[in-house]
Unconditional design. Structure first.
Length: 478
């Protein structure tokens, strides 16, 4: 997503573009083509702005709802006049949230290219004003109906409003939510369906939140949560193995939290510890299953546990987003201590064939992370070639991994030929996952892995140092 932040209002933005095109044209008149370009530029953006009337709030955040969670895309400081503003180029129509750092301090708005939204931030609430698109005005109606419910579940002012009061209150509210859902009408078919889903998911999600809400029984002044026998009949209709059969839940900012609470309710009667497999049985949609897997992977305390989870459930982890988040988790958890499992990597060789470190389990592996522009890397090449010759016929594999940028692919091929680098040469297209996993701050970096695919060292001596050959000889004798 491309993002620009503005404290000024849209009219100034429009004026700047107009002046730019005027300066490029003849005289002070726009060419027809310039007018069209200016219109296209503006139509690609959506605007979010508003006023802040809250003490000690100097910044406002804008979050995109992606994969059932909120992702911060920008922050902006509140102007001296109390205004804040963003202009973004939405990747797709859908929900964004705006407000403070805590989830409870933000509110949803709907944006697509060309839209605008105005949200004022008051001392104890957020208000979608009447200066909004028809979609956001309709969303505001639902927010105003549902806000009293949300506060009774989550707000500290209602900490003594326990399940004994909440359950009957919620059951009385359900018909109101149903009536609003039936009345939803919009000229935007996508938004109309999205809002219907939103009403349904909001109601169910906060019903699930009641079960774990922090409440205090005033009579005894201690925590108070319901037991399954206290649940109204409504909860028995909430879960079904056929229910979550598409990924629409992931359009909601709480989508993954809903999934975890939903499966916990479904599995409450188990007389043993829940497993990931147990949870997945209650979710037909593979994209939702992937989010459960990634949530558990994110809870892993060690790289080994993370790797165990993502390897076992790899068939669900198929999208670019899944792999990006896996890479982030891997880089965060991987330490690379001696004897630890190697963090695998996969890159194309000079012919485009994908090659992985794990392909060479059973052999001692030397990995050289380098680049064509790196003088010390190039200086090691003659020593590396000599070491490869000395190890020829032994169970040692040498893998070169270039971190040259994609634009320098041909230069990499030319250097391979010029320097006589043969064998396994891979192209990582820049400082990619191998650099993040192994915490590489500078190159060349040489690493050695044993026959079991475990770390010998992730910062070995260079080929010009006789200690590297001694290290390899020692590994081969094991």
């Amino acid at each position: 997503m491309k993002l620009n932040v503005f404290i000024v209002i849209k009219e100034i933005f429009v004026l700047c573009i107009a002046l730019l095109f005027a300066a490029c044209g003849s005289g002070n008149k726009f060419h027809e083509h310039d007018n069209e370009l200016a219109k296209l530029s503006l139509d690609a953006f959506a605007e979010v702005k508003g006023q802040v009337h809250r003490e000690k709030m100097d910044e406002v955040g804008l979050y995109e709802v992606v994969d059932g969670a909120e992702t911060l895309i920008s922050k902006t400081r509140v102007g001296k006049n109390g205004w804040y503003g963003f202009a973004i180029e939405p990747a797709r129509p859908g929900f964004y949230t705006v407000g403070g750092e805590k989830t409870s301090e933000r509110i949803r708005v709907y944006l697509e290219a060309g839209d605008w939204a105005e949200v004022n931030i008051l001392e104890d609430t957020l208000v979608i004003t009447n200066r909004n698109t028809p979609e956001n005005l309709l969303l505001a109606r639902w927010e105003s109906i549902f806000e009293p419910v949300r506060r009774r579940v989550d707000h500290k002012d209602f900490i003594f409003f326990t399940y004994k009061e909440l359950f009957p209150y919620y059951m009385d509210f359900l018909p109101k939510a149903g009536a609003f859902k039936r009345e939803i009408r919009s000229e935007n078919p996508f938004f109309e369906e999205l809002l219907r889903q939103t009403v349904e998911y909001d109601v169910e999600y906060f019903a699930l939140r009641i079960l774990s809400a922090v409440k205090v029984d005033r009579a005894v002044m201690r925590g108070c949560r319901p037991e399954p026998g206290d649940y109204p009949d409504y909860y028995s209709t909430l879960v079904s193995k056929d229910k979550l059969n598409d990924s629409s839940l992931l359009r909601q900012p709480y989508g993954v939290d809903y999934l975890m609470s939903y499966t916990n309710l479904a599995l409450q009667k188990l007389n043993r510890k829940q497993t990931i497999v147990d949870q997945l049985e209650w979710v037909p949609c593979d994209l939702l299953k992937a989010e459960i897997v990634l949530r558990h992977a994110g809870w892993a305390k060690t790289y080994e546990k993370y790797d165990e989870i993502v390897t076992y459930f790899s068939k669900y982890l198929t999208t670019e987003s899944h792999h990006r988040r896996m890479d982030e988790l891997s880089a965060k958890l991987y330490v690379g201590n001696k004897g630890a499992k190697a963090a695998d990597f996969t890159y194309p060789d000079r012919n485009g064939k994908l090659v992985s470190l794990s392909d060479f389990k059973g052999k001692v592996v030397v990995v050289d992370v380098w680049a064509t522009w790196c003088g010390p890397c190039r200086k090691e090449i003659p020593y590396l070639i000599k070491l490869e010759e000395e190890m020829r016929g032994k169970d040692v594999v040498f893998i070169g991994v270039s971190v040259d940028e994609k634009k320098d692919h041909q230069a990499w091929l030319d250097v391979l030929d010029k320097e006589g680098l043969e064998g396994i040469q891979l192209f990582a297209s820049g400082w990619s996952q191998i650099v993040k996993d192994y915490k590489i701050k500078g190159i060349p970096r040489f690493m050695v892995f044993d026959r079991q695919g475990k770390v010998v060292t992730i910062d070995s001596p260079r080929p010009s140092d006789p200690r590297l050959k001694a290290l390899l000889d020692a590994e081969l004798e094991k």
